[in-house]
Design a protein around this ligand. Structure first.
Ligand code: SF4
Ligand code: SF4
Length: 281
């Protein structure tokens, strides 16, 4: 019988030597797809659960080779503003001919399909660093719990190799997903944005009732948790919101630390590459 091909998941980055996503030196694996759509998201390429193309103005020579190579006529190079590539996504079938011909990597895919084995091969390159720094692997995104089976497989393979595992998550998922993943996860890094459900819906597209319920659930399971709050002026970074999140976390379990994250001013660049507006003022 022919061997079944290993299933693939969608990722958009693997970052080695990461020091901000959990203890020690880590490899962060960025999985595609997120149920939320935060106004300040700095990885808009991670929101959709599919692969498309994007264009980096800073690398572009304006040679026009990509537009000429596109059989679907999906690209229009506008030279006077930058240069800027107008991508007609209705016409683009993601064949990648433009990516292949571009001499500077200015045209790129927004992610790739990868097997667990391929990801583990990358992770294993830094085993010595995890050991010496008490580091490990962090699944992030996007939302890693958006591809739960794939995430669990990666975490399970890490566990087999005695690598510390962390998940950076919004916790916007089914409770059953938490149960499956938590057995293989040492640390949950939970992004909490807004305490008020209505404001949460206004700025992320979804209310936060499920998130709060899942938070209480992982706390009751006794998991190690770190809460992170992105500081967005006049939205998350208000005294009222920060106090409300702190009160919620402390009332859930007193030993959970809270970290505040400064806003990344370069977040707008990735919206430019995708050709979509960055609406955060
Ligand atoms: S991916 Fe293919 S269809 Fe899309 S713009 Fe590039 S060449 Fe054209
Ligand atoms: S092929 Fe690459 S460098 Fe040339 S115009 Fe297209 S994106 Fe720019």
């Amino acid at each position: 019988m022919a061997k079944q091909a290993e299933k693939k998941g969608l990722i958009f980055k693997i970052k080695r030597f990461s020091v901000h996503d959990g203890p020690g030196i880590r490899t962060s694996v960025f999985l595609k797809g997120c149920p939320l759509n935060c106004l300040w998201c700095h990885s808009p390429e991670g929101i959709r659960n599919d692969i498309s193309i994007w264009h980096d103005q800073n690398l572009c020579l304006a040679c026009g080779k990509c537009a000429k190579a596109c059989p679907e006529k999906a690209l229009e190079l506008i030279k006077d503003t930058g240069p800027y590539m107008k991508i007609n996504r209705e016409l683009c079938n993601v064949s990648g001919k433009c990516v292949k011909i571009c001499p500077t990597n200015a045209m790129q895919f927004t992610g790739s399909a990868a097997t667990v084995t391929e990801i583990i091969n990358e992770i294993e390159k830094d085993l010595l660093f995890y050991e010496s720094s008490v580091g490990g692997v962090t699944l992030t995104g996007g939302e890693p719990l958006n591809q739960p089976d794939f995430s669990v497989e990666i975490l399970a393979e890490c566990r087999k190799r005695k690598i510390h595992t962390a998940i950076e998550t919004t916790l916007f998922c089914e409770k059953e997903t938490i149960d499956i993943v938590s057995a293989k996860t040492d640390l949950f890094i939970v992004d909490m944005k807004l305490s008020d459900p209505e404001k949460h819906k206004q700025y992320t597209g979804k209310s936060n009732e499920i998130i709060k319920e899942n938070f209480r659930h992982i706390a009751a399971l006794g998991k190690e948790i770190l809460v992170r709050i992105p500081l967005i002026d006049n939205i998350t970074n208000t005294e009222e919101n920060l106090n409300a999140i702190t009160e919620f976390v402390n009332n859930t379990r007193m030993d959970i630390p809270i970290e505040k994250l400064s806003f990344n001013p370069l977040a707008g660049n990735n919206y430019k590459k995708l050709g979509i507006p960055f609406l955060l003022k």
